[in-house]
Design a binder for this molecule. Structure first.
Ligand code: ADP
Ligand code: MG
Length: 313
């Protein structure tokens, strides 16, 4: 199979047609119509073999995840996904792998009505770069810089599961619970929640490097601080079953690859979150404070951590 056969066979017309795609895969550029009154939200992320994933990851979950981690950035801005470009570097054209990979990608793309409009294909060590394009109403995008003193800090879903799954993979021979592996291999970009939050929240970020690290980006961009209650962190049943409380909180605070949203909202608007919590569970985990520092307390009021520019626990 040459390059053009691969593109034609695995990537052309596998994702939804959209009326705003004037020209998709096949020419030197794609041509896309941006509706009046909308701003384009653009983001790119690369997954590199041996760094972001290991050789034993099922190809279909890699296809899913390559798109999901990018869509998670759109979710954090409150943008509606529209189009995607894919740069794919392959050591060799393995047809079974390409079949599964492109399926995993297409299933998620179809779910969220994202059209693959072009890309690039090269030979080399396996790596996948997606660039996603989303649409957001003018001046409505959710940014990291809008957190205000008194805001409540919320997260979606549960935290730490992907990091625990990775740790179990490294250290244990026994089977890893499905619920944990799912969070690592098949993260769900919180698109619908992000769209609703665009009208409600003051700031947001998606959690990819670990909750504290990513909350730190909100604090930095907004020039504020935060108090976090470690005992309020949302932990899954699988987490409780596989880690003691201390370790569970560490995974939740510092583990990466969650792809949940962290957002801040003024207390007057908190009651409006019931709409969002129909889509995904929400948990209040802290408060924005004026003092520019990040404090983490436990149920006894004991300070676990106090600092700023957080990197490692
Ligand atoms: P060019 O040489 O002009 O950059 P290519 O020959 O690399 O174009 O690609 C031919 C067409 O196939 C282009 O429309 C390009 O966007 C598309 N394409 C290439 N790789 C991919 C891919 N991995 N996924 C989707 N479309 C792709
Ligand atoms: Mg060209």
């Amino acid at each position: 199979m040459n390059e053009f056969d691969i593109i034609a066979h695995y990537f052309t017309q596998k994702t939804p047609a959209r009326s705003d795609v004037v020209l998709g895969i096949g020419d030197d550029c794609a041509l896309l119509d941006i509706p009046a009154g909308k701003t384009l939200a653009v983001s790119t992320d690369t997954l590199v073999s041996g760094i972001h994933f290991f050789g034993d990851v099922p190809a279909h979950s890699l296809g899913h995840k390559a798109l999901a981690v990018n869509l998670s950035d759109l979710a954090a801005m409150g943008a509606q996904p529209a189009w995607v470009l894919m740069g794919l570097t392959l050591p060799e054209p393995n047809q079974a792998w390409l079949h599964d990979f492109s399926r995993g990608f297409a299933v998620l793309a179809n779910k969220l009505h994202v059209c693959l409009v072009g890309g690039d294909l090269t030979k080399g060590p396996l790596s996948i770069t997606c660039t996603v394009f989303g649409l957001v109403d003018k001046h409505q995008a959710l940014m990291r810089s809008g957190a205000k003193q008194g805001d409540k800090i919320y997260v979606t879903g549960t935290l730490g599961d992907a990091a625990l799954a990775l740790q179990l993979k490294k250290t244990e021979s026994k089977a890893i619970p499905e619920a944990l592996l799912n969070k690592l291999y098949m993260p769900t970009p919180r698109i619908q929640a992000g769209l609703k939050l665009a009208e409600l929240a003051n700031s947001a970020i998606d959690i990819s490097d670990g909750f504290l690290a990513d909350l730190g980006h909100i604090l930095q961009a907004s020039a504020v601080g935060a108090q976090v209650q470690a005992h309020h962190l949302p932990l899954s049943d699988a987490m409780h079953a596989n880690a003691d409380v201390t370790m569970a909180r560490r995974y939740a605070l510092n583990g990466g690859d969650d792809y949940e949203l962290c957002f801040t909202i003024s207390p007057e608007k908190e009651s409006l979150l019931s709409e969002v919590s129909k889509i995904v569970p929400l948990t209040c985990v802290g408060t924005i404070i004026e003092k520019r520092c990040l404090q983490v307390c436990d149920e006894h009021g004991k300070m676990d951590y106090e600092g700023y520019g957080y990197t490692h626990f």
